[in-house]
Design a binder for this molecule. Structure first.
Ligand SMILES: NC(=O)c1ccc[n+]([C@@H]2O[C@H](COP(=O)([O-])OP(=O)(O)OC[C@H]3O[C@@H](n4cnc5c(N)ncnc54)[C@H](O)[C@@H]3O)[C@@H](O)[C@H]2O)c1
Length: 414
C-alpha cells in the first residue's frame, strides 16, 4: 500500500498514544509533530527519531505544521476541543485531509465554517468517532440493516464514565477541567450519537431536527475534591457549572426519538448505555441482551452472545481488529484505517463534514437549551437539504452508510 505522509498536532495523553500507533503503521510516515508545550513536542520528535533513525520537524505553533510543505497529505489533530475546528480548517485550506479527535463544538458558526471550507476546497475532514467502529455498535448496525429490530423507533446512548479525576486536570493544563467549570452542557455527545446517527441514516434520508436538554445539580466534582484534598485544593469549593447528569432528547425528521446521557461526575461502571428499539424488538447494552419477537421466548431477554455468530459486522469478522491493537478493543485502529483508506484513495471520509458538524453541534445547542430552561433548539441542517437525496457514500469496507456483505468476500485490504 502507498505510504501516506502525515503530521500530528497535540501530544497530550491521546495524541502521544496516536503517535505511537501511527509510528507502528508501515504505510504511514510521520513528517512533523506539534504541541504548544515544548517538552511534549520534543518527546514526540524523540519517538519519531527512535523509529525512523532521523529527526522530524517539530514546532510549538500549529500553523507551522498545517502550512509546512513536507508532502503531508493528512493531519491528525489531537489538541483539546477549542482548537479542533480552526486547525482542521487551516489544514483543509492547505489541501490536507484533516482528522480531528472527538468533542463538542464551541459555536454553531464553527460547524458551518467547517462545512463551507469543505465545499470550497473539496478537501474532506473527519471527526474520528471511534465508537462508530465499536464491535458491538457495528454489529447492532448490521442487525438494523438486516431488519432484526423491524423499523427503528427509538435509540439511547450515553457517555457514562466515572471521570471525577478530571478535576485533577487543572494541574496539568487539561482543558476538559475548564469546560466542566464553565459549561453546563452535553459536553461529549459523539461516542453514543455517532453510532446512533449511523443506525438512523442521519444526513442520508433522515436528519436531527430539534433537541431539549436538562441538567441535574452539580455535586460530584466538589465532593471528589473535598474527599481527596479537603479544602486545600483551590477548586474544592469552586462553582462547577456542569450538572452531574445531563439528559438530552432529540427528535428526528423520520419520527424517531433519541435520548443521550452525559454522566461523568459520579461513581459508576463505564457504559455507553446503548439501546435500540424497533417494531420487532430491542437491544440493551447494559443488559448485554436483546428481545426479538419470534426469536425470544415470551417476554425474556436473550444474551447478545447468542447473536454474534449470525450478526457480527463483516468488517470485524474480516479484520479481527483486536489482534492489531489494544486501542479501545480495536475500534481506534479501525477508525484510523478508515480515515487512511479515504486519504489513500482520495475519496470522501466515512464520517464527513456534515456528520461531524451535526455531531459537534449537539454540544453547544444542549448548552443553550439548558440555559433557557430546556427550551427546544432547532438543529441546523448542515447538508442544506441534501439529506433528502444524497449521492451514495463511497462503497468501501469502512462504510457506515450501508453493510454490503459482498465487499468483504475474498482478500480485503485494510
Ligand atoms: N476517542 C477517544 O476515545 C478519546 C480518548 C481520549 C481523548 N480523546 C480526545 O482527544 C483529545 C485530546 O485529549 P487528551 O486527553 O489527550 O488531552 P490533553 O490535554 O492530554 O492533550 C491535548 C494536547 O494538545 C495540546 N494543545 C492544545 N491546544 C494546542 C494548540 N493550539 N496547539 C498545539 N498544541 C495544543 C496540549 O498542550 C496538550 O498536550 C480531546 O479531544 C479528547 O476528547 C478521545
Amino acid at each position: 500500500m502507498r505510504t501516506i505522509k502525515m503530521s500530528i498536532i497535540g501530544l497530550g495523553g491521546r495524541g502521544s498514544w496516536w503517535l505511537s500507533e501511527l509510528l507502528n503503521m508501515e504505510d504511514v510516515e510521520i513528517t512533523a509533530v506539534c504541541d504548544k508545550h515544548e517538552d511534549r513536542m520534543e518527546k514526540g520528535r524523540k519517538m519519531c527519531a527512535e523509529k525512523y533513525g532521523h529527526d522530524v520537524y517539530g514546532s510549538t505553533n500549529w500553523r507551522d505544521v498545517t502550512r509546512l510543505d513536507d508532502g503531508a497529505e493528512a493531519i491528525m489533530i489531537t489538541t483539546y476541543w477549542n482548537d479542533h475546528v480552526k486547525i482542521a480548517i487551516d489544514a483543509m485550506k492547505q489541501g490536507k485531509y484533516a482528522a480531528f479527535e472527538v468533542g463538542p463544538a464551541q459555536s454553531i458558526q464553527q460547524c458551518w465554517d467547517l462545512v463551507r471550507t469543505y465545499e470550497e476546497t473539496g478537501v474532506p475532514a473527519m471527526l474520528m468517532e471511534n465508537c462508530c467502529y465499536g464491535r458491538e455498535e457495528m454489529t447492532v448496525l448490521n442487525m438494523i440493516k438486516k431488519g432484526l429490530f423491524g423499523e427503528v423507533l427509538h435509540c439511547q446512548g450515553g457517555y457514562e464514565h466515572d471521570l471525577r479525576a478530571v478535576a485533577d486536570g487543572f494541574k496539568r493544563d487539561h482543558e476538559r477541567a475548564w469546560h466542566y467549570l464553565h459549561r453546563n452542557a452535553e459536553l461529549y455527545p459523539t461516542h453514543e450519537l455517532g453510532p446512533i446517527m449511523t443506525y438512523l441514516d442521519i444526513n442520508r434520508g433522515n436528519r436531527l431536527m430539534s433537541l431539549n436538554a436538562m441538567a441535574t445539580k452539580s455535586r460530584g466534582l466538589n465532593k471528589y475534591l473535598k474527599d481527596k484534598y479537603g479544602d486545600e485544593h483551590p477548586m474544592s469549593n469552586a462553582d462547577f457549572k456542569l450538572g452531574d447528569i445531563i439528559t438530552t432528547t432529540i427528535r428526528c425528521a423520520n419520527g424517531e426519538t433519541i435520548v443521550l446521557t452525559h454522566d461523568t461526575s459520579s461513581p459508576r461502571p463505564y457504559s455507553r448505555g446503548g439501546r435500540v428499539q424497533g417494531t420487532k424488538g430491542l437491544w440493551m447494552e447494559d443488559l448485554r441482551a436483546l428481545h426479538i419477537e419470534g426469536r425470544s421466548q415470551g417476554e425474556s431477554w436473550q444474551p447478545m452472545s447468542e447473536y454474534w455468530e449470525e450478526f457480527e459486522h463483516p468488517l470485524w469478522k474480516k479484520t479481527k481488529a483486536t489482534e492489531y491493537t489494544g486501542g479501545h478493543g480495536g475500534m481506534d485502529w479501525l477508525v484510523m484505517r478508515a480515515f487512511l483508506d479515504a486519504v489513500r484513495n482520495k475519496t470522501q471520509t466515512p464520517i464527513d463534514v456534515y456528520d461531524s458538524a451535526t455531531l459537534m453541534a449537539v454540544g453547544i445547542l444542549s448548552e443553550e437549551s439548558i440555559a433557557e430552561g430546556s427550551a427546544p433548539k432547532s438543529i441546523p441542517d448542515f447538508t442544506d437539504g441534501m439529506w433528502i437525496k444524497r449521492d451514495p457514500a463511497p462503497k468501501t469496507i469502512f462504510s457506515l452508510a450501508e453493510v454490503d456483505d459482498s465487499l468483504y468476500e475474498g482478500d480485503v485490504e485494510f
